[in-house]
Design a protein around this ligand. Sequence first.
Ligand code: NAD
Ligand code: IPM
Ligand code: MN
Length: 360
Amino acid sequence: MATHQLLVLPGDGIGPEVTGATLRLLDAVSELLGWSVEKAEADIGGRAIDRVGDPFPVETQTMIDKAEAVLLGAVGGPLWDQAPKRPEAGLLAMRQYMGLWANLRPFRIFSGLEHLSPLKNAKARGIVFRELTGGLYFGEPRGRHLLPDDLEVVDTLRYRRSEIERIVRLAFKYASDHHWTLTSVDKANVLESSRVWREVTNELAQGFPDVTLTHRYVDAAAMDLVLNPAGYQVIVTENLFGDILSDLTGGLVGSLGLLGSSSVAGTGGTRGLFEPVHGSAPDIAGRGIANPTGSMLSLAYLIGWSWSEREAERLIEEAVAESLVEGPHTPDLGGKASTEEFTQTVINRIKKIVQRRKIS
Ligand code: NAD
Ligand code: IPM
Ligand code: MN
């Protein structure tokens, strides 16, 4: 019997609601496939601030050191917006602590949900490769300086060439393996870091003659993604642009609740952090109506990446996709179903698929 190990960080807002649903799905999958899963739980974000005054407590770090894979819900919320330490700082510290420089955020318009895209007859299926441990998020110096008659604020956009190279290479490799096109998004008409980004990308392109590469400025890319989503397959970009454009793909496919993600240290090891693209959704938290799809897909990516159970990854992706065709849907998709009802639908689907496979 396969034994797998998982650290769960439910976090804040709808975080515990979506990870709770996903763990119910995992229980069903592990029972069907005869796995034994050792689960542990730790605090991060706002609830860690409330408990120990730190959004990324030492005890959570210790548990991460022992973890094969981490499933995270979401952090943040209005409760902590004015706090001296913000919940989001815990998530950023964890990404850096684990060395997770590559953030993969797939998107697709699901069958049966075409009407939810704001675009007519849109087709979209692709993935954003977002650099995750550099750029404006982490650059030093940063802070506030009181001037005699004003306040100066500083954020620093810093990249090393090697940091650019490793994420772009990973995206090229993915594009090549999947026979997909690659769009590199930057702001090379203004930013020095983007100019180097473009140079590095052009250099790497020599090693991937099979991949069609396009460069786009981020402003034009945002416009074009809306007008022509089918023109995008693999997108590679720096940290902040990737944050913004991946939420845009959430809009494209009809709901941010549909996107999962993997954060990994490239191909170095199988450890990773898997979390939906969305946040803690304070506007719907506590009502039991959050869409757990992004979290469930994140679990699928975790199972494939960290546990090397590729069949089970596909099984979950298939069950989620079929459940989205079948419904019922949560309110973000125009339905009335609760998180619980949708979760049960996915679990029933998995059972049916497994049974179908056993018979055939
Ligand atoms: P958000 O992603 O939490 O919500 C944006 C909108 O999408 C809201 O209307 C919300 O109801 C909806 N939504 C998001 N996920 C949904 C789901 N699963 N089902 C149904 N509807 C869903 O973004 P925000 O409101 O800008 O941020 C709220 C808090 O979350 C902030 O503190 C922010 O910093 C934090 N945040 C955390 C993460 C993370 O933990 N990875 C990501 C993004 C934002
Ligand atoms: C995300 C979030 C985070 C980010 C925040 C909460 C720090 O928006 O995961 O997309 O900006 O990376
Ligand atoms: Mn974001």
